[in-house]
Ligand binder design. Structure first.
Ligand SMILES: [Zn+2]
Length: 247
């Protein structure tokens, strides 16, 4: 009887040992790096349509108070008179991206067909002036209205030739859809991922900072506090950020 019992104990110990060995073998060897790469919560705050005196500067004040960095896709036509705002964006560690020179949809697009030469010309003009003011040669860009249905293979080839990289968004505050939307609505919008958006380098939140986006300024602290509480890391888009086109 005793012999039978000890055989049972040895057998169960063997099974436990085998289970332990097989469990260890399925843990990735670099489990720390693995979780860092796949599970890290990252958000890119992005502000389009600036620079503007009051609103962009208010946004910068809030970012400074919360010690977070963001990306500004700026419009060339608005540089004159706002040079100090552009310099401040750069000096405070934020990223600067191109958002065309005129933001004029009827010149940039013919329906959804992009006037390629004109489009690239506007981006390069924006890039040139931005460099003259800040010393930064930006190669990241966002299409006015987004690249969805507008980014053809031939345009992508042309953009690649100029080393320009395209970034859309995965989340939208919808602050440009209705300028009268209250800050709490913009905040709620900012938490929803756009369902059609596939794998991105993180949450990319679309906001705006031209002179009329006053409610975006009021919503921003709520948005930052929420994502900070959720453990998100705030990063800027740089040429090293994987490109992101929303399908
Ligand atoms: Zn825009």
């Amino acid at each position: 009887m005793r012999c039978l019992l000890s055989k049972k104990i040895i057998a169960s110990l063997c099974v436990s040992l085998l289970l332990l060995i097989s469990f260890i073998s399925i843990i990735p060897k670099n489990s720390y790096a693995y979780s860092q790469n796949t599970n890290e919560k990252i958000i890119y705050l992005t502000f389009d349509d600036g620079p503007s005196k009051k609103v962009t500067e208010d946004v910068l004040d809030i970012l400074q108070a919360y010690k977070v960095k963001a990306t500004f896709f700026v419009v060339g036509e608005q540089f004159k008179g706002n040079e100090s705002v552009l310099k401040r964006i750069h000096n405070e560690g934020h990223s600067l991206g191109l958002h065309s020179y005129t933001h004029n949809f009827s010149k940039l697009y013919n329906g959804n067909i992009v006037n390629q030469e004109f489009f690239i010309g506007e981006m390069l003009e924006c890039q040139k002036e931005l460099k003259e003011i800040t010393g930064v040669e930006s190669t990241i860009l966002r299409f006015p209205g987004g690249s969805h249905k507008r980014l053809s293979d031939s345009l992508l080839d042309e953009l690649n030739k100029h080393n320009l990289k395209v970034y859309d968004w995965t989340h939208s505050s919808e602050d440009a859809v209705n300028l009268k939307s209250p800050p709490c609505k913009l905040f709620k919008n900012s938490l929803k991922k756009i369902p059609s958006c596939k794998k991105a380098p993180g949450a990319i939140l679309l906001m705006h900072c031209n002179g009329s986006n006053k409610n975006s300024v009021k919503a921003l602290p709520l948005i930052i506090e929420h994502y900070q509480k959720e453990g998100y890391k705030f990063l800027t888009i740089t040429p090293n950020t994987p490109v992101y086109h929303c399908e």
